[in-house]
Design a protein around this ligand. Structure first.
Ligand code: IPE
Ligand code: MG
Length: 222
């Protein structure tokens, strides 16, 4: 979800207004997704690198996250949405950690769609945490080197149990992955759009899914 700041700047508004508009785009996108056949929707909300932003912007973003969790979970739950979180969420404020756990357990049995929020997420950090976990298991004698294969790594990623993404959409004209699901996106189709995130919504998602439908996926075969 990129382009909130540029959306605000173009209107001579403070950046936080772009982030607030971004939350509305989140709402529209989640609402449109199930009818487009999307079973899992992952939103990259806060990266492990976003801490480098000025403290007031980080605090605006965390404030918006709190507000979002407080006000939207009940409706997501009644719409059959299951919530999951990826990233080093344990490093977030304890009140946020508690809300995440509450949202996860409340919605755990829902089946209409899985919404994954990436919070304090970065692929490098995720893979480092997997490596540490595996070394600890190896040191305690519960993991043999020969048992390490792609499935063993996937079982320890934050996304364990989720399918790899078929489609990754990047907004705002940027064409890079920015540390997002690097392992999991090995065969993802990439769609780049110039639209800024606050302008994104159901129609944008529909266009991206249509572009995805035109792709010929070969997974290294021919
Ligand atoms: C993305 O918009 C919002 C988050 C990081 C949560 P940006 O804040 O990166 O917007 P630009 O890139 O400055 O336009
Ligand atoms: Mg940006």
């Amino acid at each position: 979800m990129d382009g909130n700041g540029r959306w605000a700047k173009a209107r001579h508004l403070p950046r936080v207004m772009g982030h607030r508009k971004g939350v509305e785009a989140v709402r529209r996108t989640i609402e449109a997704a199930p009818d487009l056949g999307i079973e899992v929707l992952t939103l990259y909300a806060f990266s492990s690198e976003n801490w480098r932003r000025p403290a007031d912007e980080v605090s605006d973003l965390m404030g918006l996250l709190r507000h979002y969790l407080r006000t939207e979970i009940a409706e997501l739950h009644s719409n059959g949405v299951r919530l999951r979180f990826i990233g080093d969420t344990a490093a977030l404020s304890s009140d946020v950690v508690a809300m995440l756990e509450q949202a996860r357990s409340l919605t755990a049995a829902n089946t209409r769609m899985t919404l994954v929020l990436a919070l304090n997420y970065g692929s490098h950090d995720e893979i480092v945490r997997v490596a540490r976990a595996m070394v600890a298991e190896a040191a305690s004698g519960t993991l043999a080197p020969d048992a390490i294969d792609p499935a063993a790594i996937e079982a320890r990623l934050d996304t364990a149990g989720l399918p790899p993404p078929d489609l990754v959409i990047r907004t705002s004209g940027e064409q890079r992955l920015s540390n997002f699901l690097l392992w999991q996106s090995a065969y993802a189709e990439l769609v780049f759009t110039d639209e800024l995130w606050p302008d994104f919504g159901g129609e944008s998602l529909k266009r991206a899914v249509a572009a995805f439908g035109q792709r010929d996926r070969r997974y290294g075969g021919r």
